[in-house]
Design a protein around this ligand. Structure first.
Ligand SMILES: *[C@@H]1O[C@H](CO)[C@@H](O)[C@H](O)[C@H]1NC(C)=O
Ligand SMILES: *[C@@H]1O[C@H](CO)[C@@H](O)[C@H](O)[C@H]1NC(C)=O
Length: 462
């Protein structure tokens, strides 16, 4: 890039008042053991977040945020999108109910329409893809009617909107959303000077390919280099690569100047047996290095956009025990549900890395190879367990045949034993179709073979 272009980028980056490198925090609430909104306010302030992103427009939280210096991001839920897209009245009403009562005392600065809308692949959700940008337009009109001009409208997208990300210069969006959604979306973001809100997790490509991607590179340690053969840009970490792949994809469509805002990033501090690298050491390392990079003065930016501020929201404030899917999903938090930190982190980025106390050793950076079983978790609730056993054995094509009276796994006749067998059997049978060893928290993985006598528990080989 020429020097002039570089200079322009810097000016754009620094001129607009609302852009700062304050680190934000995502306040997800998918847990049944989380602190109240009032306690949460104290936690957000204790971790010194500068912004908070909600996955809704929770009235109690928005009232509590009033009069604080925290910038706030609120969200229209996915299921509200189509209604708003088809009715200006519905959009006006949403803004009247969820913005007007709190604004401007609550510093709402971002209004996000939906969450990872383009990651939903079901036919029912496809209508939502096409309703997304029309809904954003209508919300914009509603804000304007209220004379509100300092709230940016966006929609967080995940990296699965990309068809190609590597090398970054080959960045391209998925063809099934390109013309119908991405181009109108980029047009909207460009016209409204908003951001491309990106949920970007170097953890996922690393965990899918730990033998070929350096962990240091994913953890922002800056000790390895990669040169993009397409343009000669030098990369020192996976995050920059991922961000720039989106920049190049936008540029190819004629939108070289839409800024990226990281709406979610982070690294899980725990996970399932077959999920490598999910540990406290890596989570702390990634998040601390990230904070240093994002808050650096002057701003660092990325190889394609040096010197640009990248507003960033960490994921997440709490570990959330009601998120489904693999174990990592429930372990993204900086805080445990009781409000204690999983590890120390200074979100202002002032504390040198050498200042922190040593972290626990990482024990799972090399993927586990072997058999895994799925058994009842400690402390499982008996009533729930009975229902889960019934679920795992219902229409599951013989997964529970061995539990029938006189069959090899019938005895001992206990709920724990039968449920453990059923969980292992169900998971082994349906894992390839996306089943996880979770069962709403009633199940956990083990590398210790639970089989006894003639009763052989099905296992998963990882
Ligand atoms: C917005 O501003 C215009 C012009 O200043 C004014 O007439 C109108 O009443 C305002 N609308 C609201 C909802 O405040
Ligand atoms: C059970 O097997 C039948 C026939 O092979 C299949 O159509 C059905 O989808 C299977 N059920 C489940 C829950 O996998």
């Amino acid at each position: 890039m020429g020097l002039v272009a570089f200079f322009l980028f810097c000016l754009v980056g620094l001129s607009s008042a609302e852009i700062s490198s304050k680190i934000g925090i995502n306040y997800g609430r998918l847990g049944n053991n989380l602190p109240s909104p009032r306690q949460t306010m104290a936690h957000i302030q204790a971790v010194k977040a500068g912004r908070v992103k909600l996955y809704d427009a929770n009235p109690e939280m928005l009232r509590l945020l009033s009069g604080t210096k925290l910038q706030v991001s609120i969200m229209v839920s996915n299921r509200e999108i189509s209604g708003i897209a088809s009715s200006q009245t519905a959009a006006d009403e949403w803004v009247r109910n969820n913005v007007v009562p709190y604004y401007p005392d609550t510093m709402i600065r971002f209004l996000l329409v939906g969450n990872e809308v383009l990651s939903s692949l079901s036919d029912r959700d496809r209508q939502m893809w096409f309703d997304l940008v029309p809904a954003m337009h209508k919300i914009k009109i509603s804000l304007k009617a209220q004379n509100i001009s300092n709230i940016k409208i966006g929609t967080p997208l995940a990296m699965d909107v990309m068809r190609s990300t590597f090398p970054p210069s080959t960045g391209m969006f998925r063809s099934n959303v390109l013309n119908t959604v991405m181009i109108p979306l980029l047009q909207f973001l460009h016209e409204t000077k908003s951001y491309f809100f990106l949920d970007v997790y170097p953890y996922f490509p690393w965990a899918a390919n730990p033998a070929h991607i350096s962990l240091d590179y994913a953890l922002l340690k800056g000790r390895t280099r990669y040169i993009d053969p397409g343009n000669g840009l030098i990369y020192t970490n996976l995050l920059d690569q991922m961000l720039d792949s989106v920049t190049f994809a936008m540029t190819k469509l004629g939108f070289p100047d839409i800024r990226i805002l990281i709406s979610e990033t982070g690294w899980p501090s725990a996970g399932d047996i077959e999920q490598p690298g999910a540990n406290i050491q890596n989570s702390a390392t990634y998040n601390r290095n990230l904070v240093h990079k994002i808050t650096a003065k002057p701003p660092i930016g990325t190889p394609a956009r040096p010197g640009i501020v990248i507003p960033t929201f960490l994921f997440a404030l709490y570990n959330e025990n009601q998120k489904g899917g693999p174990g990592t999903e429930r372990n993204w938090g900086l805080l445990r549900p009781d409000g204690t930190p999983v590890y120390d982190i200074d979100l202002l980025g002032k504390r040198p890395l050498s200042d922190y106390v040593p972290l626990p050793m990482a024990k799972n950076n090399v993927p586990y190879r072997g058999k895994v079983w799925c058994v009842v978790a400690r402390g499982a609730n008996l009533l729930e367990l009975r229902a889960a056993l019934a679920f795992a054995c219902r229409e599951s094509n013989g997964t529970c045949d061995a539990l029938a009276p006189r069959r090899e796994c019938y005895e001992p006749v206990s709920l724990f034993w039968h449920a453990s067998y059923a969980f292992s059997s169900y998971w082994a049978r349906f894992r390839s179709r996306g089943a996880t060893c979770y069962f709403n928290g009633l199940a956990q993985q083990t590398t210790k073979n639970p089989s006894r006598g003639f009763c052989k528990f099905p296992s998963v080989a990882v």
